[in-house]
Design a protein around this ligand. Sequence first.
Ligand SMILES: C[S@@+](CC[C@H](N)C(=O)[O-])C[C@H]1O[C@@H](n2cnc3c(N)ncnc32)[C@H](O)[C@@H]1O
Length: 174
Amino acid sequence: MKYLRFVYEFLKYPKQVGTFTQSSKALAKKMAEQINGSPYIVEFGAGTGSVTKEILKRLPENGRLTCFEINPEFCRCLEKIRDSRLKVINDDARNCEHYVNNLDCIVSGLPLALFNKSKKQSILSITSKSKRYIQLQYTPFLGKKMKRYFSDVKLKFVSRNLPPAFIYVCSASP
Ligand SMILES: C[S@@+](CC[C@H](N)C(=O)[O-])C[C@H]1O[C@@H](n2cnc3c(N)ncnc32)[C@H](O)[C@@H]1O
């Protein structure tokens, strides 16, 4: 059902959703593994929650995961995840600072490569305030841009996803 919801929303808003299917388990796990024990996580573009669920598995009991998702149908899926550490916010990730103070660790599924220059810039200037920023993408060509904001940028490749994907793991210092 969630699969069909994803395809349907992609057909309606291709540039906003960015891909026709939610992240595979392998990709979601690899994304979540990068959080490195951070207790406060902010997720941008959580979709139907495949990465969200993997983050929750690794979050300490007193941790907090705040998800920003612009699509109300996807928010409905996220709200079905019963976990008191999770907060779902149906708003643009660019407004996150109205809701959260702690941006130490940001996990993002936003389709950055499809955003126009100013939208991309706004997201990157927010994420550059974090100590750790984990970004899912389907292109390996964003490294140069990321390096303008982060001193350390590592690229990981996950083949077990449709389409195969890249994860940028960015830190303020090595
Ligand atoms: C490529 S999908 C990733 C979904 C999910 N994280 C996954 O890995 O399966 C991108 C998601 O970003 C959301 N999105 C796009 N622009 C957004 C924005 N400005 N603020 C919040 N969410 C946004 C879309 O609705 C979509 O759910």
